[in-house]
Design a protein around this ligand. Structure first.
Ligand code: FDA
Length: 578
């Protein structure tokens, strides 16, 4: 029997992030994947700012940026009948519209990018291994048992067929949408799987002449037949500009994915491109289901689930992998502190209170975003007749110099504009506010008029620490860069320097790191733009206590009589020590 502190089942974005964070926090961990390699296909790609902030925290941002397609190349979301055919309309997606771009730049030191999963996963897995994770490829978990002290997992090496028994103090089920761990735990699920079937045809072809003048990451083709989600719409997604692509078309989930020859796959690609003279090299053909399901409970005893195991949804909004990484970032520090004996097991229980509402939200948000397609189809007038003839007629109607043409143009414009909710969601990506015993909040969370599209920049308990630029020796650093890895961070102003002593004493008493950051003129960190005072700490004598996952745990609006006592009793509550 092999022993470890945490067993992570799954090495996708959720599992690899959990393993990376645990290794960073010096917690022994083993990570299993039944596959023989990281994802060989590009699946997830929209890589949002919050996920990039996690990579930045672990020192991987530069590597990720070198592997991704930058935000500017993701800009145009084009609706057309084929790449070579007439265009129906476009919008600026992924926060590239100037109105959203300003907010995008304001809220984070990181930018959104397009980072395909077959580049992200090797990077995460290798970083986790370099920092201490024992990663076992071709090793499948078969079942597990748990008792008051730990979990015993029974696995099998798929190369040698040898059985393997692993004993861990905790187990993380990061085993994806068909999670065996969630199933064995009988986690209650709400929603449905297999609502639609999609084919992903990964291919190489030089399509620069069709797209370089309107660079984007996804091109949506209105074509007859059963496309994505059952709608008469196919998608071409750029993986490497502009010669590696994924073509998406649909199939009936009740009959299962068709087995396509390369010639049949090429024919689909040619139809989406609208030019059969283009040389196409098929790399692989995969299929995926449209799901809409979330768990209402995320754990049982010492086994906790993260990622697609607890939220399964369509790729619309690109929230899956991003959310999965954040699940693990939320969980890993809690496990680390409990395993080191610095926190009570109640801290681990807050994972569920904080992440279950997020699981539910992302599933609902992604499903809602599929709703961008029916209004476009209705505006084109092809609701009842989706034939090639009807689509041609609709396109001709769009150019008609008549009042009917004007009405149709306005309706299509409206439908295309409204589609922004499927391809931009600064609020959906960053407005998460945690409520649990690991956050001391005494007011309801702030809200705004458009919580999906618009981010809220605020520092309130439960919310991620607001990013503002400070300087250190004149060099720009983000407030997020000052957050300790695996420890707490206490921010205060010049007049609050007493907090630094309180942080040291409280940290020593509880055995946890509390890094103090005094911000102001002449201090190590300065606030030359005044944004720290404006957005983070109105009263210089106050303090912000930030958790290892960069969410604010507590806010003291001014200096109390005994700051050390205030801090220590707050931490005891957060760490579930009382
Ligand atoms: P994931 O499924 O990735 O990994 C599961 C892991 O568990 C694998 O390592 C597997 O080997 C392992 N495993 C399973 N059972 C096991 C067992 N019994 N024993 C051992 N190991 C086991 N998301 C996003 O954020 N942005 C995007 O743009 C997109 N786009 C996108 C497009 C398409 C076409 C698809 C299909 C999906 C997306 N997604 C996405 C979603 C994204 O791919 C998905 O949310 C993540 O892969 C989920 O990560 P997990 O780590 O939870 O599971």
């Amino acid at each position: 029997m092999i022993e470890t502190e945490v067993l992570v089942v799954g090495a996708g974005p959720a599992g690899a992030t959990a393993a990376l964070a645990l290794s960073e926090y010096r917690i022994a961990n083993i990570c299993l994947t039944k596959y023989r390699s990281p994802s060989p296909t590009p699946r997830a790609h929209i890589f949002n700012q919050r996920a990039m902030e996690i990579l930045r925290h672990f020192g991987l941002e530069n590597e990720a940026v070198a592997l991704e397609m930058p935000q500017a190349l993701m800009a145009e979301q084009v609706f057309c009948t084929s790449l070579a055919g007439p265009e129906i309309g476009r919008l600026k997606a992924w926060h590239n519209h100037p109105r959203l771009k300003a907010q995008h730049d304001l809220i984070s030191p990181c930018a959104i990018g397009d980072l395909p999963q077959d580049r992200l996963e090797p990077m995460l897995v290798s970083a986790a291994m370099k920092r201490g994770t024992n990663l076992m490829f071709s090793t499948e978990l078969e079942r597990f048992e748990q008792d008051a002290q730990g979990v015993t997992a029974y696995a099998r090496n798929l190369v040698t067929q040898e059985p393997l028994v692993i004993r861990a103090k905790y187990m993380i089920g990061a085993d994806g949408s068909n999670s065996r761990v969630a199933e064995q735990l009988a986690l209650p699920m709400v929603g449905k799987m297999g609502l639609g079937g999609s084919l992903g045809i990964i291919f190489r072809a030089d399509l620069a002449r069709f797209v370089a003048h309107r660079p984007g990451v996804m091109y949506w083709m209105v074509q007859p037949g059963r496309g994505m989600g059952g709608f008469p719409v196919g998608v071409l997604r750029a993986v490497e500009p502009w010669d590696r692509w994924v073509g998406t078309w649909g199939f009936d989930p009740s009959t299962g994915p068709p087995s396509l020859s390369d010639a049949e796959a090429t024919a689909i690609v040619h139809r989406l491109v609208g030019d059969s003279s283009v040389a196409v090299e098929i790399e692989a053909i995969s299929s995926w289901s449209i799901n809409s399901m979330f768990a209402t409970r995320l754990s049982a005893g010492r086994v906790l689930c993260v990622g697609d195991a607890i939220h399964r949804h369509t790729p619309m909004n690109g929230l899956g992998s991003n959310t999965s990484m954040q699940d693990s970032f939320n969980l890993a520090w809690k496990l680390a502190l409990v395993l080191r004996g610095h926190a009570g097991p109640g801290l681990v229980a807050t994972f569920e209170d904080e992440r279950q509402p997020v699981a539910q939200f992302v599933v609902q948000r992604a499903f809602q975003s599929l709703g961008i397609l029916p209004p476009l189809i209705a505006a084109l007038g092809i609701d009842d007749d989706r034939s090639a003839g009807a689509i041609d007629e609709a396109i001709a109607g769009l150019a008609a110099p008549t009042s009917e043409g004007a009405t149709r143009r306005a309706a299509v414009r409206h439908a295309v504009d409204a589609a922004v909710y499927g391809f931009s969601g600064l609020g959906a990506e960053t407005n998460i506010v945690y409520r649990s015993t690991a956050v001391l909040a005494d007011a309801p969370a702030l809200s705004n008029d458009d919580p999906d599209l618009e981010a809220i920049i605020a520092t309130e308990p439960g919310r991620r620490l607001a990013h503002v630029w400070l300087t250190c020796d004149g060099v720009q650093v983000s407030t997020l860069d000052l957050c300790a890895r695996g420890g707490f961070t206490l921010f205060t102003g010049l007049a609050g320097a007493q907090w630094a002593t309180a942080a040291r004493t409280a940290g020593e008493a509880l055995g946890v790191t509390i890094a103090a950051r005094v911000v102001g003129p002449g201090a190590r960190w300065e606030d030359p733009y005044g944004d720290f005072a404006r957005r983070c700490l109105a009263d210089e004598t106050g303090a912000l206590l930030v958790r290892p996952d960069q969410h604010v745990a507590w806010h003291a609006s001014s200096m109390p009589q005994d700051p050390q006592h205030a801090l220590q009793s707050t931490l005891r509550a957060i760490l579930a020590l009382d």
